[in-house]
Design a binder for this molecule. Structure first.
Ligand SMILES: [Zn+2]
Length: 139
């Protein structure tokens, strides 16, 4: 059971807030706060900048999630349509929350994976460095 389900209408989840504010697992934000070196999207090759709007409206990685929410709120994903659906009642709010949860949890998982491989690479480099230093020691 997803943790956001059964909240009352109007409850902002952590991931919904990330999408609404743009402060979250988005390339542009991560780059701005120094967590990533580029602001590009890691999930598609369409964009030089990964923003909340890119994730909601454009990114091809989330086509399936987008189809589900468009079917559910019967509107295109413009900002005003999203806000209208959210304030319109529980079903619209849940559809938007569900979309944000699905997209953001996938983005977070991908970010964790990138961090993990970066950590592995830097550990490997450290080991190589140590060995190199050791090899250079006089006998
Ligand atoms: Zn993208």
């Amino acid at each position: 059971m997803q943790s956001w389900v059964n909240r009352k209408h109007g409850t902002l989840t952590f991931r919904l807030t990330q999408v609404l504010t743009g402060h979250g697992c988005f390339g542009r934000y991560l780059c701005r706060i120094g967590r990533e070196s580029s602001s590009g999207c890691h999930h598609c090759s369409d964009s030089f900048e990964d923003t909340a709007l890119h994730a909601v409206q454009v990114c091809s990685a989330w086509d399936e999630e987008r189809r589900a929410i468009v079917a559910s709120i019967r509107l295109h994903l413009s900002l005003s349509a999203v806000v209208q659906a959210m304030v319109g009642g529980q079903p619209g709010w849940d559809a938007v929350t569900s979309f944000c949860e699905a997209v953001m949890s996938a983005k977070e998982a991908a970010e964790r994976e990138r961090e993990r491989s970066a950590a592995l690479i830097s550990r490997r480099n450290n080991r190589t460095q140590r060995r190199t230093t050791h090899d250079l020691q006089p006998p």
